[in-house]
Structure formats: C-alpha cells, structure tokens
Design a binder for this molecule. Structure first.
Ligand code: IPM
Ligand code: MG
Length: 369
C-alpha cells in the first residue's frame, strides 16, 4: 500500500469549489487502488494574506515541504480588490512565483486537449479542428523575464524608466528542453521549438541548445517556429502541433491562446515539475465574478489530479481513467454555465454535480490491474 502526502491549496475565487470536486476524485481513487492520500488543506493566495498577513504563510510552506505533491487552485482577486494588498504581497508576486522558485519547478506542462467530446466548446471551425487537437505546451517556468533583475527609477533626462532582464544560462535551457524531448519520445516524436531568434539573443542561445541536444533523440523531428508565427498557426492549423517547448513568457501567452482555442481556460490543467517535487494547478485565474455560485467547471482541477496521479505517483492507468471519466460527462451532453450558454444544446449542471458525475463515471470503470 502506497501512502502519499498531498498539500491542497484551495486558493481564491472559485478555488475552494473546484478543489472540493478534486477531493472527491482523490477519495474514489483511494478506494479503487492500493493507495492512501493524506490531504492537508493550507492557506495560499489573497485569502491567506487577509487571514495570516502573508499570501504564502510559513505553515503552508512547511506542509508543502513535507508533501509528496502539491495541488493548488487559482489565486488572485479582481483588479479593485487586489489594490487593497501591497504590491509585493499580491498573490502572484507574493505566493505563486515564490512557490515556483521554492520548488524550482522549471518545467510546466500544459495540455491543450480537445477530444471529440469537447469539440463543441471551441470557437474554431470543425474543418480546422479535424480529428481533434492534442498538444502539450512545455513552458520554462522559473527563468526569463519573470525572475530576472528588475529596476525602476528616474533616468538622467528626468524620465521614469524600468528595466527588466531576460536571462538564461544553458543549463536552465537544457533541462526543460530535455523534458520536452522525452515527452516527444512518448508521443508523436515531433517537437516544435518556439523562439524569436530574429530579434532576441536569448532565443539564439535557446535554439543552439536545442540543436545540441537533438542528436540525443534522433527519432524526434525538431521544427523551429517563431513565436508570433506559432500564434497564427495555432489558430489556422493546430493539428500540426504535438509537443511545443518555449521560454517562460512565450509560454504564458501561448498557453492562454491554447485555452482560447479550446474555448475556455477552464479546460486547462497543468503540472509544474521540479527536481524533487511537482505541483499541479489550473492554468486559469480565480474568476472572482463567478466565485461561490457553484457554476465553475472543475475540469482544470480534476485534470490536475489526473496529472498528479501519473507524474508524481506513477498511476498512469488510473490517470487515463480520470481523463476519460471527465470526457464522458461532456460526451453525455452535460456542461456547466461557465462553459456553455443556455440553449447551447447541453444539459446544464453545477460544479458539484459535474464532480459527482465524474466520480460516477470513474467508479463504473474497471480498476487498474
Ligand atoms: C499562469 C499565470 C501566472 C503566470 C500569473 C498568475 C502570475 O498567468 O500560470 O500562466 O503568469 O505565470
Ligand atoms: Mg498565464
């Protein structure tokens, strides 16, 4: 019997409601497998700031340090509410980036997956979607502009200025590029390297490192695509992409576009891998406008559970079952109000009902051998 400690950081806005549904899935997975989960709820985000004076309190750090894996909900407040928190204590700067730094989660995996059962959510035409979209964006997560030196001041002309630096060394590039190649080997063996080497020196080095590593994975075909062109191609012909690898800021932007082509960021779970520990999170924000209404779809949070089962606990088959269970609920024509408008030809259910249906569908599947 395996026993795993999980830190559960519900986060802000819709976080607690979608986290509840994730817990239902963990409970059922325990029943179906030779595994137990010890789940500890921790404060994290804007709520933690108001309650404890810090968005990433020491107690939360201690639980996360001791955990085998971490799952966190979305964080953040509306723009107006955020202003009530000092800039450095706002949850993005005060909690999320410190979490990424603390666990050195250099590789962020963001599946952009649109199987048939979800195709109706996409704004793209059926002829563009074709047989479905199945991409994994691999984003470098602890370097680049996000973590570079920053300076603000007044220059010699008396003008306010800002300087932010984009810095990578070859080690930072190669470790995430290796992750992308390894993932490509398990998938279609086509790796799109996303860059901007016509302008940025950082991309020139990035591409050199990719080229140096490529011979170690001779079966993988590498295609280099400029980031701006990639944005267009994602709309015009997303089916050509399988694994895409890119630096932090490019990955932030293109992965949101990934959510756009699926029809919602609510369909975007993710995993953030570090050398010792990974954490899992929806790629979207806390959606304060619909928080507490029981209408947010928990797909991104339950998908994050599925990613944890596979990547942190080696439970690949049960992970696939969780994905299939979620897709089957959509396949049966159910949806939630955040994803579908009334009259869209779906049967509307709430957050908790969606979670219950996922659990029902999973319970009906054969247990992993
Ligand atoms: C994401 C988010 C974060 C980021 C924000 C909340 C800091 O947009 O995970 O993509 O920019 O990385
Ligand atoms: Mg983002």
């Amino acid at each position: 019997m395996s026993h795993y400690k999980i830190a559960l950081l519900e986060g802000d806005g819709i976080g607690p409601e979608i986290a509840r549904e994730a817990v239902k899935v963990f409970k059922l997975v325990e029943e179906r497998n030779d595994v137990t989960f010890e789940i500890t709820h921790c404060d994290f985000g804007a709520g933690a700031y108001f309650k404890c004076g810090h968005p990433f309190p020491d107690e939360t750090k201690a639980v996360c340090d001791a955990a085998d894996a971490i799952i966190k909900g979305p964080i953040g407040l509306s723009h107006e509410e955020s202003q009530k928190i000092p800039v450095d204590m706002q949850p993005e700067r005060g909690a999320l980036l410190p979490m990424r730094r603390r666990y050195n989660t250099f590789a962020n995996f963001r599946p952009v997956s649109l199987p048939k059962a979800l195709a109706h959510f996409s704004p793209l035409k059926p002829e563009i979607i074709g047989e479905g979209i199945d991409i994994v964006m691999v984003r470098e997560l602890v370097g680049g502009l996000y973590f570079g030196e920053k300076e603000v001041g007044v220059n010699e002309q008396g003008l306010r200025y800002v300087r932010e630096t984009l810095e990578y060394d070859e080690g930072q590039i190669s470790r995430v590029v290796h992750e992308a190649f390894k993932l490509s080997m398990r998938r279609k063996k086509v790796l799109h390297n996303i860059h901007k080497s016509n302008v940025l020196k950082s991309s020139v080095l990035w591409n050199e490192v990719v080229e140096e590593i490529a011979p170690e994975y001779p079966e993988v075909e590498v295609r280099h695509v400029l980031v701006d062109a990639a944005a267009t191609l994602l709309c015009l012909n997303p089916g050509q992409f399988d694994v895409m690898v890119m630096e932090n800021m490019f990955g932030d932007i293109l992965s949101d576009q990934g959510g756009g082509i699926l029809g919602s960021l609510g369909l975007m779970p993710s995993s953030c891998k570090g050398p010792d520990k990974s954490y899992y999170e929806p790629s979207h924000g806390s959606a304060p406008d619909i928080a507490g209404k029981n209408i947010a779809n928990p797909y991104s949070m339950i998908g994050s559970v599925a990613m944890m089962l596979e990547d942190s606990f080696g439970m690949a088959e049960e992970s696939r079952n969780v994905w299939r269970a979620m897709q089957s609920v959509f396949g049966e024509g159910f949806s939630t109000p955040d994803l579908s408008k009334p009259g869209a030809g779906v049967t509307m259910i709430n957050t908790d009902e969606f979670g219950d249906k996922v659990v029902e569908a999973l319970a009906a599947m054969p247990r992993p051998a």
